[in-house]
Design a protein around this ligand. Structure first.
Ligand SMILES: Cc1ncc(COP(=O)(O)O)c(C=O)c1O
Length: 379
């Protein structure tokens, strides 16, 4: 057999997927382990995709996406970024996942280091491995409410570090980065001449003001990831975007061409409708997930289980260390088999997640109430 690329084998398996697949294979399990919106996609978004199919608009689009979608995204984001956002800065991608791969393809190569949050979204590390780069976790401490300590970030930098990944609101934590902290992190990036990738997948679900690192970007080092997956319940449509600084613009057609050429055309029209049409679906999603967060917190409080006070995103981060015996991954599998409920084990997000679990607020209120009610009470 031909040799398999060795770096492909270094991509760690997803601990979330493992529990979720066990749950799917165990009938009757309540699944609280995945962030899949439980709300319908709005009719005007579906209609835009149908219309594109009906008029046979099924050919390639420009690499960067249909101009109207790029312009609409630029108009939406320009007021919140320090540097101008124009059509050429916006690249439509196949969901947030491809925006992540594109961002890393542009900024890191073999042997380079990428600073990723621990706990953090596992594909940050997986994508780095696939490009033969090395993910280097910067720790988020429970005592600091799981917010980054700039001193920890700076201490993790080596002469191979090229990219700092930030994610606010955070998956899995539900934390948001306050303005002063974003400013400090951007100052570190400038001091060490790093790229910054800001994953803003959950920006629409921030309580209070969302602070894009690009608001503090004075010299074009921030790449920003967006997706339509969560706020418009379009996970299977696969549309997102990467916003890049001017200096990367000349490279973009080639790199995008090599990865995906362009994104599914009807899906791009659906995204355009999502952005320019009525926004009631986003309002409904916000209200629904906020209510779910309150409900989940109440159930956990009733069981004496501490949880992190979330400020955004679609998840609740709960401390189950009283029941996990130092191995939350094994605990989560047992929970599926014995109690019929699946939560994502915190260790799937990095070593700092040991003892914690992530609860997805996208499940129905009934599932949250019943499923969380099956967790072991504390004390
Ligand atoms: C933090 C974060 N970034 C990126 C993505 C990927 O988004 P998409 O589903 O649009 O590929 C997700 C999806 O869960 C996510 O949580």
């Amino acid at each position: 057999m031909p040799r398999i690329a060795s770096h492909a084998a270094t991509v760690p398996a997803s601990g979330i997927r493992r529990v979720t697949e066990l749950a799917w294979a165990t009938p009757g399990t309540i699944v609280l382990s995945v962030g899949e919106p439980d709300l319908p996609t709005a009719p005007h978004i579906l209609a835009a995709a149908h219309d594109a199919l009906d008029r046979d608009d099924t050919r390639y689009t420009p690499n960067g996406g249909i101009p109207h979608l790029r312009d609409a995204l630029a108009a939406r984001l320009d007021p919140t970024h320090a540097l101008p956002v124009r059509r050429d800065n916006v690249w439509v991608t196949a969901g947030g996942a491809q925006a992540l791969h594109l961002a890393l393809s542009l900024t890191v190569g073999a042997g380079d280091e990428v600073l990723v949050p621990d706990p953090g979204y596992p594909p940050f590390s997986m994508a780095a491995h696939l490009l033969q780069a090395t993910p280097h976790p910067y720790p988020l401490h429970a005592e600091r409410g799981f917010l980054p300590d700039p001193a920890d970030v700076e201490a993790a930098i080596t002469d191979r570090t090229r990219l700092l990944v930030l994610n606010s609101p955070s998956n899995p934590l539900g934390t948001t980065l306050p303005d002063a902290l974003v400013a400090d992190l951007m100052a570190i990036a400038r001091r060490h001449d790093l790229w910054v990738l800001s994953d803003e997948c959950y920006a629409e679900f921030a309580d209070g003001e969302h602070v894009p690192p690009a608001a503090h970007d004075t010299d074009g080092r921030v790449l920003t990831l967006h997706t339509f997956s969560k706020d418009h319940a379009m996970t299977g449509m696969r549309v997102g975007a990467l916003v890049v600084p001017d200096q990367l613009a000349p490279l973009m057609p080639t790199v995008q061409e090599a990865i995906v050429s362009c994104v599914n055309t009807p899906a791009q029209y659906a995204a355009l409708a999502a952005l320019t049409g009525p926004q009631d679906d986003v309002e409904t999603a916000r209200a629904t997930y906020a209510a779910h967060r309150a409900l989940a917190t109440e159930v956990l409080d009733g069981l004496g289980i501490p949880s992190l006070a979330a400020r955004g995103g679609l998840y609740l981060w709960a401390d189950l260390s009283h029941a996990t015996d130092g191995d939350v991954a094994a605990f989560a599998e047992e929970l599926v088999l014995r109690q019929g409920v699946a939560v994502a084990p915190g260790s799937a997000f990095g070593s700092r997640g040991e003892g914690w679990v992530r609860v997805s607020l996208t499940a129905s209120a009934d599932d949250l109430r019943t499923g969380l009610g099956r967790l072991p009470a504390r004390g």
